[in-house]
Design a binder for this molecule. Structure first.
Ligand SMILES: [Zn+2]
Length: 444
């Protein structure tokens, strides 16, 4: 624990560092990581030889572009070549993704990186958003009920760290609500679709969760209407977080909600279209480079999410640059009969302008049919249905039939995650320039 103190001190400093110091640190970390992959990771050693480059060629952050972009398929096709050959993976920590794109994946982390990513950088962001030491937090996760019961009974650090209660999202919702009400946390962390269910129960039971101050959401696209509903039901501040199994938390919202601050002392985040950086505000594929993980380093990894970079400065005091994840994965899209694809970004934008919707889900069930499941404030509101059909007719150029179904609740996927856009007929691909859509959302 003591050897972590300099790390904690440095992490706290980084978040408010002057830009020049931060860039110097990032270059330093990148050069260290480049040496690590060249010396210890067979895939990259071969890549360096093939491209006839050496670590000394990486003199600026832009030199990262000398390396190719990799995908999950590259990792799967190259087996152990992506692991550090000098590290015993049995002594590493790992995370397992159930594969929201149908591609299961296991990521390994060395101990120091695991502690940084799993605990320290998360706590840093939560404290920056105003969580106070000694406050209670409930963490809602997709682990099984039994796993979390074991975790709760082993949570030795409760007196040192904020009081934590882990609850599985697979537990009965009424049971969860009752546990939360007994524990009375000031903070909660979990997927937005689960908070929506809790908010509906609180409204139904007319329970005032006065103790709750902040809700941190992650793992799913936060529909604007869902956020509004949760915020007004619990009277809380809400902060969304963008992350992945391979990199843990990548970026997070501060109180200004200008975008998501990238953890720039952990990752380099590029936003690219056909391997070239996009202009500010333009949608592209998110490509991440891990600056810390030496056991299973992923460099220029295309994560199959899309987003935009934001150049605007935030006056919250955080030095980290801003980005905005666009919502669904790049694999979440609707395929039109003429071959054009509509991204989750385009679809969400056309639905979120309509008033009265609490939650929605757009599902393509066959080549010419889109079903829109919605939960509405006024059940069976015909105007809402007409408006949805009209908006989708515009962006689908009238090529798809649209059916609107009013629901009491919309089910999450088997892995516990809620999908806003679901395509039941296509195989996953990343977006290309044909599906490029302009500029930022309305609320920016
Ligand atoms: Zn900020």
């Amino acid at each position: 624990m003591i050897y972590l103190l300099p790390e904690i001190y440095q992490m706290r400093k980084n978040i408010r560092s002057p830009r020049r110091d931060l860039d110097r640190l990032r270059l330093n970390l990148l050069q260290k990581q480049i040496r690590n992959i060249y010396e210890n990771v067979p895939f990259y050693r071969e890549t360096f030889q093939r491209l006839n480059i050496v670590p000394d060629d990486f003199k600026t952050l832009n030199d990262l572009q000398k390396l190719p972009i990799i995908t999950k398929e590259d990792i799967r096709n190259n087996g152990k070549k992506f692991f550090n050959e000098k590290i015993n993976l049995k002594k590493c920590f790992h995370s397992f993704s159930s594969g929201s794109t149908g591609e299961p994946f296991k990521s390994y982390f060395d101990l120091k990186t695991w502690i940084r990513k799993k605990y320290l950088s998360k706590l840093r962001a939560r404290f920056f958003c105003g969580m106070k030491p000694g406050e209670k937090i409930v963490i809602l996760g997709a682990q099984s009920i039994e796993t979390f019961e074991r975790t709760n009974s082993k949570w030795y650090f409760q007196s040192l760290l904020p009081m934590v209660l882990f609850i599985s999202i697979f537990e009965d919702i009424e049971e969860v609500f009752s546990k939360v009400n007994t524990f009375k946390p000031q903070n909660m962390y979990g997927p937005p679709s689960f908070f929506l269910k809790l908010a509906q129960i609180a409204e139904k039971k007319k329970v005032n969760c006065f103790y709750l101050k902040k809700i941190f959401t992650s793992s799913e696209y936060l529909e604007k209407s869902v956020a509004e509903y949760i915020r007004s039901a619990f009277q809380v501040e809400m902060y969304d977080i963008y992350g992945s199994v391979e990199f843990k938390e990548v970026a997070w919202e501060c109180q200004n909600h200008n975008g998501y601050h990238i953890n720039e002392d952990e990752v380099i985040c590029e936003i690219l279209m056909e391997n070239k950086p996009v202009c500010e505000g333009e949608l592209g594929n998110i490509v991440l480079t891990d600056l810390r993980n030496i056991a299973h380093p992923l460099i220029r990894y295309q994560i199959k999410d899309t987003g935009v970079l934001i150049k605007k400065k935030c006056d919250c005091g955080c030095s980290f640059s801003l980005m905005m994840p666009s919502g669904g994965r790049s694999t979440d899209y609707i395929q039109l009969p003429d071959g054009m694809r509509l991204t989750a970004y385009q679809l969400e934008d056309s639905i979120e302008r309509i008033k009265g919707i609490i939650q929605y889900q757009i599902v393509q069930t066959n080549e010419k049919l889109i079903i829109v499941n919605i939960i509405c404030r006024n059940f069976q509101n015909d105007t809402t249905s007409v408006q949805i059909t009209k908006n989708l007719n515009v962006i689908t150029k009238g090529l798809m039939q649209v059916k609107v179904r009013f629901q009491d609740s919309i089910a999450a996927e088997e892995n516990g995650k809620f999908k806003t856009v679901k395509n039941c007929i296509k195989t996953p691909k990343s977006i290309n320039s044909e599906s490029r859509l302009p500029i930022l959302r309305e609320n920016q």
